[in-house]
Design a protein around this ligand. Structure first.
Ligand SMILES: [Zn+2]
Ligand SMILES: [Zn+2]
Length: 343
């Protein structure tokens, strides 16, 4: 397979060159940890009861725990008045609120291994956080994400995600918002609904579906195992989703994450991002909330390197065929390989 595929949300081409994945590799292999940490670690900033760098002590929490990030990338203390840069350049304050969301009091737990009900509790917390932060006039966008694994730069395995509520809209969301709005204007339909319709009509890349949620590896995937989880009905964010929809969504997300880990019997690294509409007061009726998961590996110890085409040229070159990767994931067990081994 050797073709370009249109990515309708990013409005760019993805080059699929699936004959390249088997080319010989002589370089370094990505290190992946296989030893399992204990359930509690004394010097972990996220474990219950421990003291953080800020001096604050974590409560003895039992499910999801949210706190303001002690090392914020964006924070309320960012300078408001900035010197004007020379020449034609411009700048703007980078303010916001950064929070950490611990998924579980257990240090050695992972999102994939939580019960569906615990994942529902996390989604409920994310929904509350989105509503709370969106209500602040200075917040234009709420980015929620989880970086998992050492290969994406995470040093602490305690299961957690992050929230950046910022005075700017992140680029990918801005691009998706513009594409979604234009699509409604031009076609009278929601872009993401047409993506779902196309995926269902084809069927080869659907991994799981229940009454109100869907998991698929999109036709236009840029990474080998990139998958989307989405509600079937259009919601611009978690804010308008019902409890029943959150329950279905949690079950769908778990189906995906368990398969990820079962793929190579290892806790698969990924970047998981919630794509929700900006909170700047714009019209986002055409925006359809979804989670995108981007595992950086294309083989057990082989990273997808971003190089000439991606970094230099700005378009992705995919070494794998989405239909084949979807089939690989679909054929795996929905029971986690480590199920029942927790202390
Ligand atoms: Zn911990
Ligand atoms: Zn998206």
């Amino acid at each position: 397979m050797w073709e370009q595929r249109w990515h309708p949300l990013r409005e760019e081409w993805v080059v699929v060159a699936a004959h390249r994945n088997d080319r010989p590799w002589l370089g370094e292999q990505a290190a992946t940890t296989t030893t399992r940490p204990p359930a509690y670690v004394e010097d972990c900033y996220f474990c219950p009861g421990n003291r953080r760098v800020s001096g604050a002590r974590n409560p003895q929490y039992r499910s999801v725990f949210v706190f303001d990030n002690d090392h914020p990338c964006v924070g309320p203390d960012a300078p408001q008045s900035l010197p004007t840069p020379p020449g034609m350049y411009r700048n703007s304050p980078a303010t916001g609120i950064a929070r950490v969301v611990c998924y579980s009091p257990l240090h050695n737990m992972t999102l994939a291994e939580l019960d569906a009900s615990e994942i529902t509790a996390l989604l409920t917390t994310w929904r509350e956080q989105y509503i709370d932060l969106a209500a602040r006039p200075e917040v234009r966008h709420v980015l929620m994400f989880e970086n998992k694994g050492e290969v994406v730069g995470v040093s602490n395995p305690h299961p957690h995600g992050q929230i950046y509520a910022t005075n700017f809209v992140f680029k990918t969301i801005e691009t998706e918002s513009i594409a979604s709005r234009r699509y409604v204007e031009e076609h009278g339909r929601v872009l993401f609904q047409d993506i779902i319709r196309s995926e269902v009509a084809d069927g080869r890349r659907i991994l799981f579906e229940n009454a109100s949620a869907l998991v698929f590896l999109p036709y236009f995937a840029r990474y080998a195992y990139e998958c989307y989880v989405a509600p079937k009905d259009t919601h611009a964010s978690l804010a308008t989703m019902s409890d029943a929809e959150l329950t279905d969504f949690a079950a769908a997300l778990k189906e995906l994450l368990v398969r990820y880990d079962n793929l190579w019997q290892m806790s698969l690294p990924y970047v998981l991002t919630l794509h929700q509409a900006p909170t700047d007061g714009g019209d986002y009726r055409g925006f359809h909330f979804h989670i995108e998961c981007h595992p950086p590996l294309r083989k057990p110890h082989l990273l997808k390197y971003l190089a000439g085409p991606e970094v230099g040229g700005g378009n992705f070159l995919s070494d794998t065929l989405p239909e084949a990767k979807a089939e690989e994931l679909r054929s795996l067990s929905a029971v986690h390989y480590r199920a029942g081994t927790h202390a």
